[in-house]
Design a protein around this ligand. Sequence first.
Ligand code: ADE
Length: 243
Amino acid sequence: MRIDILTIFPGMFRGPFEESIVKRAVEKGLVQIFVHDIRDYASDKHRTVDDYPYGGGPGMVMKAEPLFAAVESVQGQAAEQGPVILLAPQGRLFDQGVAVELARHDRLILICGHYEGMDARVHEHLATDEISIGDYVLSGGELAAMVVVDAVVRQLPGALGSPESSADDSFSQGLLEYPQYTRPADFRGMGVPEVLLSGNHGEIARWRRQQSLLRTAQRRPDLLARADLTEDERQWLLTNLPS
Ligand code: ADE
């Protein structure tokens, strides 16, 4: 996969992509990530990327020309093409399903917005998709792009240490992940559930599934309503949910 990120703050990406899973995925050749400075595509000597809004009003608007020029140039740098995604609070909400969907593409182009917004022609004629990472307003699309890249890259085959890891992630089955413990078995008098020490893999799997169900019911009933539960599991929840 190839990911191109268009931003006016390329320096922001230096830390996050140079650590952990994204770094390893790049080293393994699973993904190439290129960060481009939108100012490089401005047509004037001041490298202007914003201007006053037509009709007046507060703040500045990102100009269309540098963004179109940047996307067109970057598209020409590789044969494979894919969606051109604008990170913006008015986009569709990002979730695990969207991450899995995006991970199927060979190529993603992410545009990070700034200021009061973008020239609407970018939304209408350049971007093919718009994504928001949540119902709050960030100072720009950069942090959102990092979130999207991280969640997408961990879906790429081979990106995680063990192949099962991402299947067990919260949300991957529509449920939150069960609690995890590691040594010691007794830490300051706080123990570990007996079943996990039992070596009985059938019982452990059953306990984990039940914990996922309980957690999801208590913390995210909205997810539970959409999750794929058996009739027995629904009954079990009814009798085991603390009131
Ligand atoms: N830019 C500003 N706020 C954002 C959000 N919530 N998601 C994506 N991009 C953004």
